[in-house]
Design a protein around this ligand. Structure first.
Ligand code: ARG
Ligand code: ZN
Length: 474
């Protein structure tokens, strides 16, 4: 226990000299400014675990002004003299345990917080951060993930997006639940994760919607969009509530976007037959008027850049993002190098969809992928098990990653293979896992030694000569 010595009018630091200098008595120390991820050393923080984010926000689309009060509930994992949050916006005030704390920006996305009193190891504490800024004007490393759209804005990106809209321990290893309450001018809607808890007037000309994510969620999977959305509510045949949203500014691609996202209900129910019970309390998707070229598996409610739908409907991207709800969202990477656990499996899910739609079996797609990359293709130099930060979203993580699963399926047979696909999300529901954990699990369920197979498909910098693939090798 660390008691503060209070002696009126005297400086008492000298007293500490009498305390033996053992490690336990070294006194509170600063939490690390990073979570120890080799790809992104300064992402996330050390010294505490966040358990809940309560984000009370107000957003004016005309000026891109975001005002917020974030309350972070956390537990210290060491005696803390100070700690960091990842945040890039301008902060007005920080309180810890109700008391004013010192806060200073020590990097583009580092906010260093020094509480009035040290926090003891194991102690629960709350941090309140008041902030106001124009996120589109805030660049970190030369870019911003906050996208302004014709009718509002969107925060969705991987791995960086949280620090443009809320202060956090921004690493997937620290998952938490969320309450996101957003006031927007009448005529606009806010979209976020999970369920809608309430919608009510918020002063003259403003409306406030409260969203809740009651299952652990990684920071990069939290999303916020404001725009002139059509919000539709329904249920899947199995009864899961569905909330979809489409910007009214979409224009010509609106029909294709809708037609694609409406498949969410059907695809989610089908995915339950492959991956097991859907892990969250609602599902959906949203398409803002954003010309981003990517989609993202934001929890319960994937983000789809509308360029996906300019050429017509696209069901495979919906299968991919929904598959991530099991592989990526419910079971999250422990470190960013474990990204194969997300992208390899989500990609393979769309091969399985093709197989069940009678549009080509997974084996046929695997053959095509295998054949389309000659042995000297750079594709084979990327090892999905640890692709490196700059190759985190390389095609190889997706396609070679899915080939690895087809190789596994061929090696162990359908029965154990599908048992693994269903068993893994149940085993690690709501948690984090490593690639190595999956390998051990697959060996356990199949009763086969799989080290060589995983090394070949996930770790070798050369095109594997697996007789199971490729028209040329048959
Ligand atoms: N996880 C996303 C997917 O579904 C990829 C996002 C990549 N990030 C980006 N800004 N392009 O595959
Ligand atoms: Zn993906």
């Amino acid at each position: 226990m660390r008691q503060r010595l209070i002696v009126t009018g005297a400086v008492v630091t000298a007293l500490t000299l009498t305390v033996p200098a053992s490690a336990a008595d070294a006194g509170p120390s600063p939490g690390a400014p990073g979570a120890g991820d080799s790809y992104y050393p300064d992402y996330g923080n050390g010294g505490y675990d966040a358990s809940h984010y309560d984000l009370r926000l107000k957003y004016q689309p005309k000026t891109d002004e975001l005002t917020g009060t974030a309350t972070v509930l956390a537990k210290a994992t060491q005696d803390l003299s100070r700690f960091n949050l990842d945040f890039a916006l301008d902060v007005q005030e920080v309180r810890v345990g109700g008391r004013k704390a010192e806060a200073k920006a020590t990097g583009a996305h580092e906010l260093e917080v020094t509480p009035a009193e040290p926090i003891a190891d194991g102690e629960q504490f709350s941090v309140v951060v008041r902030y106001k800024d124009v996120p589109s004007e805030v660049e970190v490393d030369g870019f911003t993930s906050w996208q302004r759209t014709p009718d509002g804005a969107v925060a969705a990106n991987e791995p960086e997006s949280a620090w443009w809209w809320f202060p956090s321990n921004d690493h997937p290893s620290d998952k938490a639940t969320y309450d996101v309450s957003v006031a927007v001018p009448k005529g606009y809607k806010s979209i976020s994760n999970g369920d809608i808890v309430s919608e009510e007037p918020a002063g003259k000309g403003w409306v406030r919607t409260a969203w809740r994510s009651d299952k652990p969620q990684a920071t990069y999977l939290a999303t916020l969009a404001v725009g002139k959305f059509d919000v539709t509510k329904g249920r899947t045949d199995s009864g899961i509530p569905v909330i979809n949203a489409y910007s009214r500014e979409l224009g010509a691609e609106d029909g294709s976007a809708r037609a694609s996202i409406e498949r969410t209900a059907e695809i989610t129910d089908w995915l339950q037959s492959v991956f097991g019970t859907y892990p969250f309390s609602s599902v959906g998707g949203y398409v803002p008027a954003s010309d981003a070229h990517f989609a993202l598996e934001t929890q319960t409610r994937p983000f789809y850049g509308n360029t996906r739908f300019k050429e017509g409907t696209d069901v495979s991207v919906v299968v991919h993002e929904l598959a991530h709800q099991w592989y990526g969202d419910s079971v999250s990477v422990a470190k960013w190098r474990d990204i194969w656990l997300n992208e390899g499996f989500a990609s393979y899910a769309s091969w399985l969809w093709s197989e069940k739609e009678d549009e080509g079996t997974a084996q046929e797609i695997a053959d095509e992928v295998y054949d389309s990359h000659p042995a000297d293709d750079e594709f084979w130099t990327v090892a999905p098990a640890d692709p490196g930060a700059k190759n985190q979203f390389h095609d190889a993580v997706y396609d070679r990653g899915a080939l690895a699963l087809q190789a596994l399926r061929n090696k162990i047979g359908d029965k154990p293979f599908f048992k693994i696909l269903k068993g893994w999300p149940a085993q690690h529901e709501g948690g984090n896992a490593r690639v190595e954990d999956f390998e051990k699990y697959a060996e356990k369920v199949s009763g086969k030694k799989l080290g060589a197979l995983f090394d070949t498909w996930l770790r070798t910098s050369a095109k594997p000569t697996d007789p199971a693939f490729g028209a040329t090798s048959r």
